[in-house]
Write a protein that binds this ligand. Structure first.
Ligand code: HEM
Ligand code: HEM
Length: 394
């Protein structure tokens, strides 16, 4: 008589999840050790999170199946203490493959850097909501990081016991326990291959597919054709950059979009004015890991504060081609008066304005959580510089 077997669904899910988990631990340990400047680190984190969340979803399905389908009975001649250990191991496994990805998800949700998770680059996964009001999110993240790591190691420990038992049944007891979980039919092999193949394809698509488009949630409120504006900005020839320092290293970023309405007459400064609006989501520094955190609530909070603005209240001459604009800079709804020195060179109908200002980022609630306040991490001073080419309207 053929010994009883696990159902096809149970077999397919058992092996697909087992293979995914081993890969998950390997990627987790590897990516964690990579230096931040590694070009693949960000992608590996995204893939680890994507496949980890998939394991969580498959585990839901698997538990649902387990509760509605009775597994085959253990061999009748097995001592009852062994049956007990077998059952305890299985339930501990179910708990671990559920709690490990959940702890990972909670960890990235608690993180004050708010790095978004995009499932294989295809769809945004919301963060768990429990951490919004927590004061010390970094501390909670650190604890969950430890929990996630220890749970993953517990899976490995249990796996050693589990595989040892399977081999003992196979070669010592020869009681068909291993066979009861082995894929048999082509359909079972195919189901495992489909699950792993789909995730492999999704990873390939994420790594080598088309780059995602920046979202265009920003609607400029400053019309470049403002009444009174007598200059048109040539945006392709203009740049707005910021310079900071992270872990003692200088980095430069740019706002890839901005709009400016400029009414300027060197002979009539009292009626001159400049308004600049910058979509904060357009900030880019060329470092994936950093750029993924810039839109988060901890930095620009682009969802709540899509734009930063500078509106002048007074422009005066400093002699020669030098001027100073006094105005209100508003970032994250915090408006502060700043003095912005710049030079202006007009040749024919073209004007080039260049200048810059030093800001203290925490004045605008940028990276104010304790983890970023460590000066060594990200310096408090950020310099903003611009060079704008404007053409006189006729
Ligand atoms: C069964 C599923 C999972 C397993 C077995 C697993 C395993 C691991 C392992 C072994 C590490 C390395 C730990 C270290 O060296 O500190 C790790 C790191 C990490 N995991 Fe997972 N993980 C799983 C699911 C997830 C999920 C679902 C997420 C998030 C949505 C996630 C997020 C992370 C992050 C962000 C790290 C890096 C922590 C750091 O660099 O400090 N993991 N994971
Ligand atoms: C991380 C990887 C693995 C996990 C999470 C895992 C988990 C589980 C769970 C939860 C069960 C119980 C199914 C039930 O009755 O509800 C089970 C059964 C089983 N597993 Fe694994 N497993 C893994 C890897 C392996 C490996 C590598 C082997 C083979 C060498 C294996 C062989 C078996 C066998 C033979 C059974 C049936 C045992 C019985 O009927 O008592 N598993 N596994």
């Amino acid at each position: 008589m053929e010994s009883p077997r696990y159902t096809s669904v149970a077999v397919a899910l058992h092996w697909a999840i087992a293979i995914l988990i081993v890969g998950q631990v390997a990627v987790g340990l590897y990516m964690h050790k990579l230096p931040n400047i590694s070009p693949i680190k960000f992608d590996l984190y995204q893939l680890h999170k994507s496949s980890g969340l998939t394991i969580l979803a498959l585990t839901f399905v698997r538990l649902g199946w387990r509760f509605s389908h009775r597994p085959p009975a253990l061999p009748g001649d097995m001592p009852s203490w062994q049956k007990l250990v077998a059952r305890a191991t299985h339930w501990a496994f179910y708990a671990l493959i559920f709690l490990t990805p959940l702890a990972g998800w909670a960890m990235v949700s608690a993180s004050p850097t708010d790095i978004p998770t995009k499932w294989f680059g295809l769809a945004g996964v919301p963060h768990l909501p429990f951490f919004d009001g927590v004061a010390n999110r970094k501390g909670v993240e650190d604890i969950l990081k430890e929990v996630h790591e220890y749970l993953a190691f517990a899976i490995l420990g249990l796996l050693a016991l589990h595989v040892g038992a399977a081999l003992k049944h196979q070669f010592f007891n020869r009681d068909g326990v291993l066979q009861s979980m082995m894929p048999r039919s082509r359909g079972q092999w195919a189901s495992i291959a489909v699950i792993l193949g789909a995730l492999g394809a999704a990873s390939g698509f994420y790594l080598f597919g088309p780059a995602p488009q920046a979202s265009a949630a920003f609607e400029p409120t400053i019309q470049t054709e403002n009444v009174g504006a007598n200059w048109t900005v040539d945006y392709d020839a203009s740049r707005l950059v910021f310079i900071g320092e992270e872990k003692g290293r200088r980095f430069e970023g740019a706002f890839e979009q901005f709009t400016a309405g400029i009414s300027f007459d060197p002979d009539n400064l009292t009626t001159s004015s400049i308004e600049v609006e910058v979509p904060t989501a357009s900030a880019a520094t060329g470092d994936d890991l950093r750029d993924a955190s810039l839109p988060g609530a901890e930095w620009f909070g682009v969802r709540e504060f899509p734009a930063a603005r500078f509106i002048t209240t007074d422009i005066h001459s400093l002699g020669g081609n030098a001027y100073e604009a006094v105005g209100t800079l508003t970032i994250k709804d915090i408006g502060l008066e700043i003095m912005l020195p710049f030079t202006l060179d007009i040749t024919g109908d073209n004007a080039i304005a260049a200048g810059g200002v030093d800001l203290v980022r925490t004045d605008f609630d940028l990276g104010a959580a304790s983890s970023w306040l460590d000066e060594e991490n990200v310096a408090l001073n950020v310099r903003v510089e611009f060079e704008i080419l404007a053409v006189r309207k006729n």
